[in-house]
Design a protein around this ligand. Structure first.
Ligand SMILES: CC(=O)SCCNC(=O)CCNC(=O)[C@H](O)C(C)(C)COP(=O)(O)OP(=O)(O)OC[C@H]1O[C@@H](n2cnc3c(N)ncnc32)[C@H](O)[C@@H]1OP(=O)(O)O
Length: 413
């Protein structure tokens, strides 16, 4: 088998048609600007094609150069793996395994230390060192049960940013095509403070690659502005019969999120509002007078994380506890095994090789799941995946990995 990156326009066509065969679908034709299709934003020098011994294309994988927001509102480069496919006639012969090995080597050679992906099946990527690191879900609310409770802590006068604070802004309804670059600007503000969020590079918006509202499908946009008129949130939605479907609510704080959710819940001609990508543990459900009116569904993994360089990754995020933690990390796919002393002072970590006895032993895939704070070490200890070497180890590690905000990612790629 030969694996090489795509270089020419012809290669790109081969890449897209091979992905189509692997997924069993037919990609749309791009518009006159070359956009409007999922693959418009592909980065050719980051796309790989695998060929069989007869020179036929049998596998694909690619990556985007994203930025990922880490705990502490810090951003880091992250390769967003995409378009992974092996044609049905060549499956379960190790084509994907070979491509993953090639890709991880290439990413490391580029100096990258994190890669992320969205998995079509949760069984595929653990073996390659990826762990589910953010989760997502849907919130469904019947309109007749959507009344909000008055904030009990006097939030109306608090002037804070919690969802109980009074919204002093305004909402305007626009058509998606009328929005110019305002969604891009609001999204960028939001994603820099939300751990687990990915950048949406300008060409994604320019080319309408991906899903609405990045893709320019017909949508209404409820655009929220603060008291000074500066856009600080939006909800992208459409009415489908008796349901109002909200693709995403992007907001710079809880007050704006609640205002936009309240706007959606107040829409006439619908009996139910469905908010996709509702962040786990978001306080909105607590604002409903009837807690059970908000039904959570489709709770699922979303962003998977793989550490390509453990010390660089661990020193790139902020930490909530000062102290020392020893992690013994195995990377079965790459045949690596290292022990690190993580020393945190004022929230910043130093990470060095050590021979000290470990607090925790874990697979790099589990470190990926812990990295953004989306699950706790003690959960994975209880699940039998992470080994705690002494009675206090899990609680100690929990204190280190804890984050103020649960990581969440809206971006589809
Ligand atoms: C980020 C993304 O793009 S996600 C998109 C993933 N792609 C798809 O779902 C498209 C349809 N599926 C496919 O194209 C292929 O089945 C792939 C890419 C998932 C797997 O490709 P293959 O070349 O068959 O994988 P490969 O032969 O290297 O398998 C490696 C191991 O993973 C296992 N595996 C691979 N795919 C799956 C799966 N979908 N479910 C469970 N196990 C799987 C294999 O059984 C094998 O296990 P083993 O080593 O114990 O025998």
């Amino acid at each position: 088998m030969q694996i090489r990156s795509t270089a020419t326009a012809e290669d790109r066509d081969v890449f897209v048609s091979t992905v189509d065969v692997a997924f069993g679908h037919f990609s749309a034709t791009p518009d006159e600007n070359g956009g409007g299709v999922w693959w418009a934003a592909l980065e050719p020098d980051r796309c790989l094609l695998a060929f069989d011994a007869d020179g036929r294309p049998v596998g694909t994988t690619g990556s985007y150069a994203f930025e990922l927001t880490l705990p502490g509102e810090l951003t880091a480069p992250a390769a967003g793996i995409t378009a992974v496919g092996v044609v049905p006639t060549h499956r379960r012969r190790g084509v994907l395994t070979a491509m993953m090995r090639h890709q991880l080597g290439e990413l490391r050679a580029r100096g990258e230390f994190l890669s992320v992906l969205l998995a079509t099946s949760a069984e595929i990527y653990g073996r390659f060192g990826y762990g589910p690191a953010t989760h997502t879900q849907r919130l469904t609310v019947p309109r007749h049960r959507a009344a909000f409770a008055a904030p009990r802590a006097g939030g109306a006068d608090s002037g804070g940013t919690g969802s109980g604070s009074t919204d002093r802004g305004s909402v305007e309804v626009l058509r998606r095509a009328e929005c110019g670059d305002v969604l891009e600007a609001v999204y960028d503000r939001y994603r820099r403070t939300q751990p687990g969020a990915l950048s949406r590079p300008p060409r994604w918006w320019a080319l309408g690659a991906g899903q609405p509202p990045v893709a320019q499908a017909p949508r209404y946009i409820a655009l929220h502005r603060d008291a000074a008129g500066v856009p600080d949130g939006y909800a992208s939605y459409a009415r489908n019969g008796s349901e109002l479907t909200v693709d995403e609510i992007v907001a710079v704080d809880d007050t704006v999120y609640t205002a936009l959710a309240g706007f959606a819940l107040g829409h006439d001609l619908v009996t139910e509002v469905l908010i996709k990508h509702f962040p786990p543990e978001h306080p909105l459900r607590w604002r409903l007078a009837d807690f059970n009116a908000g039904q959570i569904g489709n709770h699922t993994d979303w962003l998977w994380v793989r550490l390509l360089d453990v010390p660089r990754a661990l020193t790139a995020r902020a930490w909530s506890t000062d102290g020392e933690l020893v992690l013994d990390v195995t990377d079965p796919f790459l045949g690596e095994h290292d022990r690190y002393l993580l020393t945190v002072r004022d929230g910043k970590a130093d990470c060095a090789p050590t021979t000290r006895a470990p607090d925790l032993s874990l697979d790099v895939r589990d470190l990926g799941s812990l990295y953004l704070g989306g699950t706790t070490p003690s959960t994975l200890v209880r699940a039998g995946h992470v080994r705690a070497h002494h009675a206090e180890a899990a609680a100690l590690a929990d204190a280190f990995f804890r984050t103020d905000r649960i990581p969440h990612c809206l971006h589809w790629f």
